[in-house]
Design a protein around this ligand. Structure first.
Ligand SMILES: [Zn+2]
Length: 116
């Protein structure tokens, strides 16, 4: 499902699935590459600071633009109300940056990579 990024009146990120304003953004996934080259999947855990490079799991891709031709940055999170997972995906394709929301995302968010 793709839905626009929604904010509360005071600037809180709202869950794309249920609209709850208690969300957590913890994992950043970067699909790094030069145009049309192989992807280097990088994961940054914003809680532990753990960084994994050349990981096997792909960053979420937007439903419209997919992988695009260049790099992709996905900020992933979940909401407290329903544990709904989501990603806000920035996809560089040619000269533009597409912004899409993906919910749910197809892999675990909380603690991945594991909290240590
Ligand atoms: Zn939710």
């Amino acid at each position: 499902m793709n839905s626009p990024i929604r904010l509360s009146d005071n600037g809180l990120l709202l869950c794309p699935t249920c609209g709850w304003d208690a969300t957590h953004v913890e994992i950043v996934r970067v699909a790094a590459r030069l145009e049309d080259q192989d992807l280097n999947e990088i994961t940054v855990n914003a809680i532990t600071g753990q960084i994994n490079t050349h990981g096997g799991e792909a960053a979420p891709a937007g439903p419209k633009e997919g992988e695009g031709r260049r790099q992709r940055v996905a900020v992933t999170g979940y909401c407290e109300e329903g544990q709904h997972s989501f990603a806000i995906v920035f996809t560089q394709h040619k000269g533009g940056t597409y912004v899409e929301t993906v919910a749910p995302i197809p892999h675990e968010v909380v603690g991945h990579p594991p909290l240590s």
